[in-house]
Ligand binder design. Structure first.
Ligand SMILES: Cc1cc2nc3c(=O)[nH]c(=O)nc-3n(C[C@H](O)[C@H](O)[C@H](O)COP(=O)(O)OP(=O)(O)OC[C@H]3O[C@@H](n4cnc5c(N)ncnc54)[C@H](O)[C@@H]3O)c2cc1C
Length: 455
């Protein structure tokens, strides 16, 4: 790269450019998953929309590979790349709550904990995931499955508007009435269509919820899952609960549970608190070995696992959608749940029902509205020496379940797994996505993602 071109570019910015020779380079190139070790040619820390526009133009005009980093949480490390230009959005943060309208405007580089912090005093929340350090950008553009999905839908079902910088450097606003093709595409199609610099969401009246974990010994996995499948899809929308196989690694849980495998369900009820005990009666009647359900502020349920899943761990991900939890599937969960190799490794299945399932299969690119679960298996450990062990367990578990899966996977739960998996995950919506991609990014500038190839 010509030094004078780089200098001219840097002088346009209010943010900074970090190069391999800089002392902060190694810290700046880190992402949440420490298994990802990429060495970009430069990282631009953008602080405003103009910085994003200059960076897109510079990357495109110089033929650079361009990656875009929001919260940096992506399992496959799709917020960073080798050699090319990383457009980092972590300096693009703001949260503006409109209390009267019950809407929230959020910067392209915010993380969900910042949104929860700003909305909670007003008794409002936007449906997101289950960890507060996840980026708003990546989670939203891929779909957004979490504690509020059964009552208020996926995060994309609550997206009202977005501001975007496109591959040609132009700036557009997309909504149900402006640039409607792009508005459709970004509600699940990932970062393929441009860089979102701000999101506007519908917020909901959520302040104190009733939730927490219930745990059963791993040996009871099959019967708990059989009951759960019937129960959760017939429960009121106000009740969400995702099911997991997991290990209790230590405090704050009681000592007799430490380092044992469990089949657990993590609940979040957003209905009338006076009715919560009644709603939880059939759950507690299953006599969990441990339960810690009760009223808590919504941000507490959102950040319940933050302390365990800190940045810098090794992660290996595998995912699929499922329509059923039949006897053969349950047997696989018992088998691999009993073999969890490290304390933080786990499997989650998020129910796709209630409001999330009432959106049409082609209303957004998120094609699996009729699946019953978005499943994900994660091998996790702090020690790089265990990378092979967690990867093998994760792949074996996935291989055991995959013959019973319904096709693709939720794109935000996938690693970098190739075109066929991307196509399977968007299913009947893939072709429409490729047409919109051809219109707005014909040269595939934005390709460090679950890539939709221009048609
Ligand atoms: C611990 C953990 C818990 C999670 N829990 C959930 C959960 O409960 N529910 C759920 O749905 N998902 C969950 N996820 C998955 C998460 O949604 C994805 O990892 C997502 O990609 C993270 O977004 P990010 O902005 O942090 O990631 P990044 O790595 O920064 O980006 C991921 C992708 O999004 C693109 N991108 C990010 N921001 C923008 C933007 N503003 N404009 C354009 N493109 C952008 C990037 O280019 C990249 O392709 C979890 C992930 C982790 C690690």
């Amino acid at each position: 790269m010509d030094a004078s071109a780089l200098e001219a570019f840097a002088s346009q910015l209010r943010g900074t450019v970090v190069l391999p020779q800089d002392t902060n380079y190694d810290d700046t190139r880190k992402v949440y998953n420490a298994m990802i070790d990429k060495h970009p040619g430069m990282i631009v820390n953008c602080v405003d929309v103009a910085d994003v526009i200059y960076s897109v133009n510079f990357g495109r005009d110089n033929g650079l590979l361009v990656a875009v980093r929001g919260g940096g949480h992506n399992g496959g490390g799709l917020g960073i790349c080798d050699d090319g230009l990383v457009i980092d959005l972590s300096g693009l943060k703001f949260v503006q709550v409109d209390v009267a309208e019950k809407t929230v405007r959020v910067g392209g580089g915010n993380v969900w904990g910042e949104v929860d912090h700003a909305t909670h005093p007003f008794g409002l929340a936007v449906p997101a995931g289950i960890i507060s350090s996840t980026g708003v950008g990546g989670l939203t553009l891929g779909g957004g499955v979490g504690h509020l999905s059964r009552k208020y839908g996926l995060t994309i079902d609550n997206l009202l508007e977005a501001d975007m910088v496109l591959a040609d450097g132009s700036f557009v606003t997309v909504s149900a009435s402006q640039n409607t093709d792009l508005f459709w595409a970004i509600r699940g199609g990932g970062g393929n269509f441009g860089i979102v610099t701000s999101f506007k969401f519908q917020a909901h009246d959520v302040k104190t919820v009733f939730g927490g974990p219930t745990l059963w010994p791993i040996e009871q996995t099959e019967e708990v899952m059989e009951w759960y499948h019937e129960f959760i899809h017939n429960a009121p929308d106000e009740l969400n609960g995702f099911i997991a196989t997991m290990i209790i690694p230590g405090a704050p849980f009681p000592e007799h549970l430490h380092n044992k495998q469990f089949c657990g369900i993590i609940w979040c009820y957003v209905g009338d608190l006076d009715k919560a005990e009644e709603v939880f009666k059939p759950i507690l009647a299953r006599e969990p070995l441990f339960e810690h359900v009760g009223p808590m502020p919504y941000p507490s349920v959102q950040s319940m696992f933050d302390g365990l899943l800190t940045p810098g761990l090794q992660w290996y991900w595998r995912a699929d959608f499922f329509n059923e939890l039949g006897p053969e599937v349950r047997a696989q969960h018992l088998k691999f749940g009993s073999q969890i190799p490290t304390p933080l490794s786990q499997m989650h299945m998020y129910p796709i029902s209630g409001a999330a399932s009432r959106v049409g299969k082609d209303e957004t690119p998120w094609a699996y509205r009729d699946a019953k679960y978005a499943g994900v298996i994660v091998g996790v450990d702090p020690d790089p020496a265990n990378a092979d062990k967690i990867t093998k367990w994760c792949k074996d578990y996935w291989n055991g379940l995959h013959p019973h899966a319904s096709g693709g996977a939720y794109s935000n739960f996938m690693m970098d797994e190739g075109q066929e998996r991307v196509k399977a995950s968007y299913k009947h919506n893939y072709e429409r996505l490729t047409k919109i991609k051809s219109k707005y990014d014909p040269d595939n500038l934005f390709r460090v993602n679950q890539n939709i190839v221009p048609g």
